[in-house]
Design a protein around this ligand. Structure first.
Ligand code: HEC
Ligand code: HEC
Length: 382
């Protein structure tokens, strides 16, 4: 396993004075879409807000406002918690924290350690290894478009990015422990490269468990992927997909019926549903004793009909996020597609939408080619 050697992973981001130019440079590669939406679809879109938040300094707010990535036209707007408006300075701070190993209990890992660009912003390992080298029970998902998810995690147990970040930070991922968050926040806030930035972004509050997770969440809300080849095709550019991909798109919608759960434009039905959307496809069941099977959503909802059901993952960027499924048990995209098109694995709770679509090898290849048209172009690193 290779983590970064230096504890702070963004070179040069320690600058305390955030000029409009550096904000533009830092935010530039994040946005997949260069298109500005004609209008924003939600009351509280992530689009630049000129209203100074609890944090943004009046002197820098107007210049910064122009630099936040707008929600891609192909995806529309999303809502942002009223008490945590996204500002460029907050995003810069949040990104720095996301990459900083000093946030973890033992300095061993950052958020980024399990959500790296080289594995599509999901985990490289089947199951993530958390603080104290303890193996976690699930595979780390991708960070693209998490801003749109009403429920986070494979089982939807977190209802905001802020809550999720706190969970990851206190829990097994970073290992700090709920009771030590305050002390850890003080430690971070006292570092010279952070103090002035926290004071500027969160005047009066500085670094607290709340402001640290708010900044991280603000950064995550800029990780937008809406300019894939598929988006260009969908907007009318016939040449954006090759022939195999076009056949794959047809299969995806019709014969293979993948879109029943992987609904465009997010390629997940979990995005527009307030409680998320969970299905049992039979992963993580074969060969295991009942007591060893991850109950998934059932543990959160206490509804037996959701036993071993997991959030439908978005298929955006999926060609880069191997290994697959909540337990990372499937190594290649082709094998994942074959598994899904074959109807999943039979068990007492298999989703009724799944059955063997009897696809030929060529049809499976067409589906795999099509999924390649969902590759995102951005990166988490500046
Ligand atoms: C040790 C590896 C590891 C570290 C470190 C880590 N994560 Fe994760 N992350 C995971 C795993 C595994 C999951 C899925 C867990 C689950 O669903 O139960 C996850 C899930 C997520 C999700 C939910 C995505 C979705 O589709 O629902 C977000 C957002 C996220 N992590 C952000 C963060 C942030 C922010 C940090 C730092 C505070 C962080 N992660 C640190 C492994 C890690
Ligand atoms: C009944 C809803 C449903 C249908 C229909 C469906 N999927 Fe899925 N898909 C899911 C769920 C839920 C998961 C995650 C399951 C898990 O990890 O336990 C998933 C996971 C995947 C993954 C792994 C993604 C990742 O990031 O780990 C791929 C690839 C995939 N599906 C492709 C397809 C294709 C191709 C089709 C059509 C042949 C299809 N799916 C049909 C619900 C569905």
């Amino acid at each position: 396993m290779s983590y970064f050697n230096n504890s702070l992973m963004i070179p040069g981001s320690g600058s305390r004075i955030i000029s409009a130019l550096s904000v533009t440079l830092l935010l530039g590669p994040l946005a997949c879409s260069k298109d500005k939406p004609a209008h924003s679809e939600t009351k509280t879109a992530a689009a630049p807000s000129s209203a100074p938040s609890s944090g943004s300094g009046a002197s820098t707010a107007p210049a910064e406002a122009a630099s936040l990535p707008a929600p891609p036209k192909s995806l529309g707007g999303f809502s942002t918690p009223k008490n945590n408006p996204t500002t460029p300075a907050k995003v810069v701070l949040g990104r720095k924290l996301f990459f900083d190993k000093r946030l973890s209990a033992d300095g061993s890992r950052a958020c980024y350690s399990c959500h790296e660009d080289k594995s599509g912003s999901g985990g490289a390992l089947p199951k993530a290894i958390g603080a104290k080298e303890k193996q976690l029970s699930r595979h780390a998902p991708s960070m693209w478009n998490v801003a749109y998810l009403p429920r986070l995690y494979w089982d939807g147990r977190a209802d905001s990015l802020e809550a999720q970040a706190k969970g990851a930070w206190a829990g097994g991922n970073m290992g700090v422990g709920k009771d030590n968050l305050l002390a850890k926040a003080d430690e971070i806030g006292a570092l010279p490269e952070y103090k002035a930035e926290f004071d500027a972004v969160f005047p009066g509050d500085g670094a607290t468990p709340e402001t640290i997770t708010q900044a991280i969440a603000a950064f995550e809300r800029t990780l937008l992927c809406g300019d894939t080849a598929f988006d260009r095709f969908d907007a009318g550019d016939e040449s954006a997909l090759n022939e195999s991909q076009k056949r794959g798109w047809d299969l995806f919608q019709n014969k293979a019926a993948c879109k029943n759960c992987h609904t465009p434009p997010f390629f997940s039905d979990a995005v527009r549903a307030a409680a998320g959307a969970y299905h049992n496809v039979g992963i993580g069941i074969e060969g295991l004793a009942a007591a060893d099977i991850d109950p998934g959503r059932e543990k959160v909802s206490e509804n037996p009909s959701e036993w071993a059901a997991f959030k439908t993952p978005s298929l955006r960027n999926v060609s880069k996020t191997a290994p697959y499924f909540h337990d990372g048990s499937v190594v290649t995209l082709e094998a994942a597609v074959r598994f899904m098109a074959g109807g999943g694995f039979k068990n007492k709770n298999l989703d009724s939408k799944l059955d063997d679509k009897k696809l030929s090898d060529e049809e499976v290849q067409n589906l795999v080619s099509f999924l390649g048209a969902l590759d995102c172009t951005g990166s988490l690193k500046p």
